[in-house]
Structure formats: structure tokens, C-alpha cells
Design a protein around this ligand. Structure first.
Ligand code: NAD
Length: 363
């Protein structure tokens, strides 16, 4: 039986005040155990439902507040429930009979959204407080929480040539306004539910996730999808130029969706990671200019670049330090960006042309 600190990731002073909790072995997950994915109508939640379905799990429940026709993926055989998880009663219904809960519901989007709608982002605290309490009361064995690299101290991200962020860099805290602070507080909920109540919680800090079946238009999309769509639009309209947000020198890493869902599974089933925030991201750092060049290469075009310096651009640079995940899991997200982008670009192009032909698509 392992012994884990109750609030890992805090500073030395707080560590002295920590008590220890014994990690008791729980029964291994059976294929007919109930798995609940909240935010299952969204990008990562939908892909996670598909992942578990393909692994042979037969009692999956996906929950989202969007009407079903707006879900990115509706996986056959999965129980899909439309519930508003900012409501406590709906959370109890969502978690009924669950062995594991994967909490991916949030009001979020790309940089344009999280810089403009901080209140909406902060209000996701309602979802996180109610879902974890409902999961605890339902006797859930494992609880996964989707945190974000936006929880990291922003003062460490002011240069495009960043040092990759390691897990301890969240403290002393100076998270991204709105969205990042909400993530940090919700992480603490996970840590204290383990410390005080003994529910095994797992926390991954995602770094930009991209891939098919995600948002690609409408204002919530992230850079890989937004730039892919802009290139597709330019080609389709015979235009020779493109607008980029910021000066193009911002650096980021991007994780392909199949690495993300695999990582969620690995993290949630590793007792050494209970209540311990961990990076889940690619460490392949690129500038936004590099990202566009890769997409242009896939599309077979070269566009003249214009830079909108007044548009939201986020921090100057951000990368994932994967030392810890490699140490504990012997693995890290490793799909090359070129490979993942080729699949994503093709999928967005199909959606774009379907929509143009009047077919219903989810954006
Ligand atoms: P997404 O927007 O595609 O999915 C989130 C889903 O949550 C949406 O379908 C939305 O309808 C649902 N939702 C919002 N409010 C709800 C409510 N009150 N009740 C029920 N459902 C509600 O986003 P995603 O990219 O799949 O992100 C999933 C999680 O991962 C989120 O917590 C997000 O903050 C986190 N994350 C994502 C990224 C990324 O790059 N995609 C990066 C860091 C963290």
C-alpha cells in the first residue's frame, strides 16, 4: 500500500503541514462498470467516449448541456444525457451508479473566448463543485479532472523562448485571469476531496489539444483549427492572403487528440498520481508562424501574411515539460504535429465543404 502526501504540488512550508493518506487498492475497472464522461458532447469528451467504446467498455454515459444535434460525436451504444451540470440535481443524475467519472465539461474556447468571457470561464466553478460532490456521494472510485496549462504562473510565460513549464510552476500562483484561476481552484477541490474524503482524484493540465471532431468555427476554436479553416477559406475563395492574431512569434505546443485520451486513461489508472497535477501535452514547441507554414504545406499553398496586433494572443510562449510524465508513466504525447495536422486539416476541409453544400455539420 503506497502512502501519498495529501496536497502534493504545494510549497515546502505547506508540505510540513501535510498529513499522509494510505492508498487502498480498489477493484480493477471491469468492462461493464459504469463510466461517466461529463462534457461528452464536446471535443475531448466525445473522443474519450469513442476511445473507451473501442476498448470494449459497455456501460458508458456521456453528459452535456448542449442539445444532442450539437454534439461533436454521438458514439453508438453510449447513453447520452442532456443535463446542465451547473445544477446540483442534474449532477446527481449524471453520476448515478458510476464507477469512474471524467469531468470535461467547461464553458471554454480558444484565446479569443477566454480573454473576452472571463466571467463565463469562472462560472465553470459551479460545474466543478457540483460534479465532484455528486461523484463522491455516488461512491465513485476514480475521478478525473481536466485542468489546463492556463493554470500556470503567467509571469513565466512572457518570452517566446520559454523554459518549458514543470508542474511546480503553478505556484506561487498567478494564473491566466478568469479561466486559469478557475482551473487552479478546481484542482484544489480535487486535492482536498482526496485529502479529507478519500476519493481518488486525478488532475491533468492539458496543453492545447487539437484534432478531428472539435470546434473549428464560430469563435471558440483554437489556433490549429482556426488557421486550418482560414487556409481552406482562402483557397476556396481564391484569396492569396491570411490574417494572423498577434505577431506570429508566440510559441505553443499542440497535443493530438489520440494522445490526449490515451493520457487521460493512463493518468486515471495510476495510483502514484492521485491528487497530483501532471502535464498532459506535447513538448514539440512551434511558433504560430511555424504552425501556419505546416498547414500551408499540407494545403499546397503559400499565403501572404497579415498580422492583427490588436487581436487576443495570450501569453508569449508556453511549452510542456514532460520530465514528470515520462518518469511516472514511461510515456509522453508523441504524435508529430505534421502528422496530426494532416488528419485535422482533412477533417475540417470535409466539414467546410459539407456545410457549403447545405449539409448539417457541427462547428
Ligand atoms: P469543449 O468546449 O469542446 O467541451 C466542453 C463541453 O462542456 C461542451 O460540449 C459544453 O457544452 C459542455 N458544457 C459546458 N457547460 C456545461 C454545463 N453547465 N453542463 C453540461 N455540459 C456543459 O471543450 P474541450 O476542448 O473538449 O475541453 C474539455 C475540457 O478540457 C475542459 O475542461 C477544458 O477546459 C479542458 N482543456 C481543453 C484544452 C483544449 O485544448 N481543448 C486545453 C486545456 C484544457
Amino acid at each position: 500500500m503506497a502512502v501519498l502526501p495529501l496536497t502534493p504540488g504545494f510549497g515546502r512550508k505547506e508540505k510540513n503541514m501535510e498529513r499522509k493518506r494510505l492508498v487502498e487498492k480498489d477493484s480493477p475497472l471491469k468492462k461493464d462498470d459504469r463510466i461517466v464522461i461529463t462534457g461528452g458532447g464536446g471535443f475531448i469528451g466525445g473522443n474519450l467516449a469513442l476511445y473507451f467504446k473501442e476498448k470494449g467498455f459497455s456501460r458508458l454515459r456521456a453528459v452535456d448541456k448542449k442539445p444532442l444535434y450539437e454534439w461533436y460525436l454521438r458514439v453508438p451504444g453510449v447513453e447520452n444525457l442532456c443535463l446542465d451540470l451547473s445544477r446540483e440535481d442534474h449532477c446527481h443524475r449524471a453520476c448515478e451508479g458510476a464507477a469512474e467519472v471524467y469531468q470535461l465539461a467547461a464553458d471554454m474556447g480558444g484565446m479569443g473566448f477566454i480573454e473576452r468571457f472571463r466571467v463565463e470561464c469562472l462560472r465553470s466553478i459551479l460545474i466543478n463543485t457540483h460534479v465532484i460532490e455528486a461523484a463522491y456521494r455516488a461512491g465513485v472510485r476514480r475521478y478525473f479532472y481536466s485542468s489546463s496549462a492556463c493554470a500556470y504562473n503567467t509571469t513565466l510565460q512572457q518570452d517566446p523562448n520559454v523554459r518549458a513549464l514543470k508542474e511546480s510552476d503553478a505556484y506561487p500562483a498567478m494564473a491566466e485571469r478568469g479561466y486559469g484561476w478557475e482551473k487552479l481552484v478546481s484542482e484544489i477541490f480535487c486535492q482536498e476531496y482526496w485529502a479529507e474524503r478519500g476519493i481518488k482524484t486525478f488532475i491533468a493540465r492539458f496543453h492545447n489539444v487539437y484534432g478531428p471532431h472539435g470546434t473549428w468555427d464560430g469563435g471558440r476554436e483554437k489556433a490549429p483549427a482556426a488557421l486550418s479553416r482560414k487556409v481552406i477559406e482562402a483557397v476556396d475563395a481564391g484569396r492569396k492572403d491570411i490574417m494572423i492574431w498577434g505577431d506570429g512569434h508566440q510559441t505553443r505546443s499542440f497535443m493530438y487528440i489520440s494522445d490526449c485520451v490515451k493520457g487521460i486513461d493512463k493518468i486515471t489508472h495510476c495510483d502514484g498520481l492521485i491528487a497530483t497535477p501532471i502535464n498532459l501535452g506535447s513538448s514539440e514547441l512551434v511558433t504560430v508562424n511555424d504552425l501556419l507554414s505546416k498547414i500551408e504545406k499540407i494545403a499546397g499553398v503559400k499565403l501572404k501574411r497579415h498580422y492583427d496586433l490588436s487581436a487576443p494572443r495570450g501569453v508569449a510562449g508556453r511549452n510542456s515539460d514532460n520530465t514528470f510524465i515520462k518518469k511516472v508513466l514511461g510515456w509522453e504525447p508523441d504524435t508529430p504535429l505534421d502528422k496530426g495536422l494532416a488528419v485535422t486539416y482533412k477533417w475540417i476541409k470535409e466539414q467546410y465543404h459539407k456545410r457549403k453544400m447545405g449539409q448539417r455539420v457541427v462547428e
